[in-house]
Design a binder for this molecule. Sequence first.
Ligand code: HEC
Length: 132
Amino acid sequence: MKATLLHVSVAAIMMLQLPLSEAYASETTKAMLAEFKADAARPFSSEAGNAAWTRDSDGRSCTSCHTDSVLAPGRHVRTGKVIEPMAPSVNSQRLTDRKKINKWFLRNCKWTFARECTAQEKGDILLWLSEQ
Ligand code: HEC
C-alpha cells in the first residue's frame, strides 16, 4: 500500500515537471517545429497559434471544420463528415505523421485563408495544438 502511494506521488511529481510547452508533442511535431523555426521571424507562441486557429477570414476559420473545441470531434463544413478530435491529449494519433500534417496544412490554409500558411503560422499552430 505504502509502496503504491509512493509510486503514485513520484509519478505525480514527474508529471508536474513536464515542461508546459509541447506537452503532448510527438517526435514528428518536435522535428517539424525545429524546421519551421529556421524560416520564422520570432519564437513560436501558442497564444498566436490559438489566435490563428480561430481567426476569421471571410467567414472561414480552422474551426469551421474542427469546431470550437479541439478536444471534441469536428464536422466537415461541406461534407458533414466527422473529423476526429485534433488534440493529441485525446487522440494520440494526432500530429504524428509528417506527410499528413504537411498535406492538410497546405490544403486547409488555402481553403481557410486563400493562401498558404507561413512557417511562423504553422509553427505557432503546431505548438498550440501540441499543448491541447
Ligand atoms: C474544410 C474543412 C477544414 C478546415 C476549414 C480545416 N481543416 Fe484541418 N482537416 C480537415 C480534414 C478533413 C482533415 C483530415 C482528417 C483527419 O485528420 O481527421 C484535417 C486535418 C488537419 C491536420 C492534420 C492533423 C494530423 O493529425 O496530421 C492539420 C494539421 C490541420 N487539419 C490543420 C488545419 C488548420 C491549421 C486549419 C485552418 C487554417 C484547418 N485545418 C482547417 C478539414 C478542415
